[in-house]
Design a protein around this ligand. Structure first.
Ligand SMILES: [Zn+2]
Length: 154
């Protein structure tokens, strides 16, 4: 077995989503800058994917739909923090613990927002691009037209 074959494993879908990898090769990094908290550059994407050449901004406004994903992620995190608060601190009608949870959850969502925005884009792209075991062969479908001036127009 040569080294090339050893590298041919299929990376885990959840892990590659969480680490913001290209959905086609699950190897290339989607974002140019590693730090999501540099807010000016956090959504700058490698286009195409530096590993397999997958186009990441397929049409003007492609990432509009991420708001649905972002909303679902926000709800999921709120449910998780509610359950964690319930188990660790508890809720009562006779004090304000519920409102403290609301405050803590709001801060949590704001702090996580840059990471959630990236993850939402990664998940959105994965709805349209599936893993290709032949990514090395350059079988990527090229975009029909890419309007550079419309990049990030959303
Ligand atoms: Zn790729």
């Amino acid at each position: 077995m040569c080294a090339d074959t050893a590298n041919d494993h299929k990376p885990n879908k959840i892990l590659s989503l969480l680490s913001n990898r290209c959905p086609r090769c699950r190897r290339g990094k989607l974002y140019i800058h590693a730090n999501p908290y540099k807010l000016k550059t956090m959504l700058l994407m490698n286009d195409p994917c530096p590993v397999c050449g997958q186009v990441t901004d397929m049409e003007p406004g492609f990432y509009y739909g991420t708001s649905y994903v972002s909303y679902a992620l926000g709800v999921a995190i709120s449910v998780a923090s509610f359950i964690a608060w319930w188990a660790l601190i508890g809720f009562s009608l006779s004090d304000n613990r519920f409102f403290y949870w609301m405050g803590v959850n709001a801060v949590l969502l704001i702090v996580l927002q840059p990471m959630l925005m990236r993850l939402a884009r990664t998940i959105w792209l994965s709805f349209f691009v599936s893993y290709s075991p032949r990514w090395k062969e350059g079988d990527v479908v090229k975009a029909e037209r890419v309007n550079k001036s419309m990049k990030n127009a959303w």
